[in-house]
Ligand binder design. Structure first.
Ligand code: NDP
Length: 335
């Protein structure tokens, strides 16, 4: 049965007397460190000497090189970028962790796909916020909290679950709720959203943009209608609050009639979509994607550069810029 944990399932006492090292003071690291400190947990920061290091010092933390921070702590939150994590783990973190130490990951990727193999005498847990870093801090301060995926990957001490839940509570996540799952499931869901859902959704948007512009509508109007006005974002917010079907009640009767009667015309797209999405999911679950990404990582900068160049050549890049300027959306309004 799926388990969902809330504040009443988690006791900060499980971390009593423990200093935690937050490794990486970036999007997640800064917010989680501030939340832990505000929850009364002693925190040291481990980071390379750079702007993030200075930022952590300015926030009043003791900041050390990663290995030194690990040596000082009973548990570590590993919040460096996923792509450097295996090397940082191997060279700076693992050698400093004592038997019974706790390692908490905010993404299951490296452990799930065998790129990090923690020693068997460690407690290893997943506390993966479903929230960007800034939101982790903002929702802690507002008291709303934010959901996370949590799981015990390895329980060497018999106390891994209670310690994991205490971390989840201290960063403000059990307030909203934490759902239990394996690192492999968390990583697979995350990758599927990025590789299956996202691109399929993007293709639907692009098809609509291309069709409408070819039909003679001004590109700025098309983009405004489809997503730039913020109406789509508002509908997504309502899907979250009310549900995908029930939020339909907020739309006009013409809108409800039109989408109900025309919706069936798109049903046959489900089958090819499922097939493609299924293939993406199978590659993720088998580890084939992780293996491919590891092989190509050294070429990543070149790949991303090419993608950026190609992206900027698309007509939609020009249309978006014109529309954003015209309607004073985002940075363009400040020019
Ligand atoms: P960021 O890139 O924002 O921050 C990483 C931090 O690690 C930075 O302070 C960075 O310094 C520092 N760093 C980089 N290289 C090293 C190194 N070799 N040794 C020590 N420190 C280093 O990462 P995120 O916060 O986005 O991600 C951290 C983890 O959280 C990942 O596992 C990610 O998957 C997970 N996560 C992220 C979410 C998000 O919203 N971003 C959501 C949920 C989970 P500098 O910036 O100076 O390079």
């Amino acid at each position: 049965m799926t388990r969902i944990y809330h504040d009443e399932d988690a006791d900060l006492a499980a971390l009593a007397g423990s200093t935690l090292a937050v490794l990486g003071y970036g999007n997640q690291g800064r917010s989680q460190a501030l939340n832990l400190r505000d929850s009364g947990i002693p925190v040291v920061i481990g980071n390379i000497r750079d702007a993030a290091f200075a930022c952590a010092e300015a926030d009043g933390f003791e900041v050390l090189p990663v290995a030194e921070a690990c040596a000082r702590a009973a548990g570590v939150l590993v919040l460096v970028p996923d792509e450097v994590m295996p090397e940082v783990w191997r060279e700076e973190i693992a050698p400093e962790l004592d038997a019974g130490g706790l390692a908490v990951f905010a993404s299951g990727y490296n452990v799930a796909f065998g790129l990090i193999e923690p020693a068997p005498d460690l407690d290893v847990a997943l506390v993966a916020p479903r929230m960007i870093g800034a939101g982790v801090r903002a929702s802690y301060l507002s008291g709303a909290g934010f959901p996370s995926f949590v799981g015990v990957h390895q329980d060497a001490t018999g106390r891994a679950r209670e310690r994991m839940l205490a971390v989840a509570r201290a960063i403000g996540s059990t307030r909203a709720g934490c759902i239990e799952m394996s690192m492999h499931d968390e990583a697979s869901l995350d990758l599927f959203t990025e590789q299956g859902f996202g691109p399929a959704f993007g293709r639907v948007m692009m098809t609509a943009v291309e069709l409408l512009v070819e039909a003679g509508y001004p590109p700025e109007a098309v983009l405004l209608e489809l997503y730039l006005s913020g109406e789509l974002a508002y509908s997504f917010e309502k899907m979250r609050e009310l549900g995908m079907a029930r939020q339909m009640d907020l739309h006009s009767h013409t809108s409800q009639y039109g989408s109900a009667t025309r919706g069936a015309r798109f049903l046959d797209l489900a089958s090819p979509l499922r097939e493609r999405m299924g293939a993406v999911l199978a590659e993720i679950r088998s580890g084939a994607f992780a293996e491919e990404w590891s092989r190509n990582r050294e070429h990543a900068a070149r790949i991303f550069e090419r993608v950026r160049e190609a992206r900027e050549r698309l007509p939609i890049a020009r249309w978006e810029e014109a529309a954003r300027k015209a309607f004073r959306i985002g940075d363009a309004s400040e020019e």
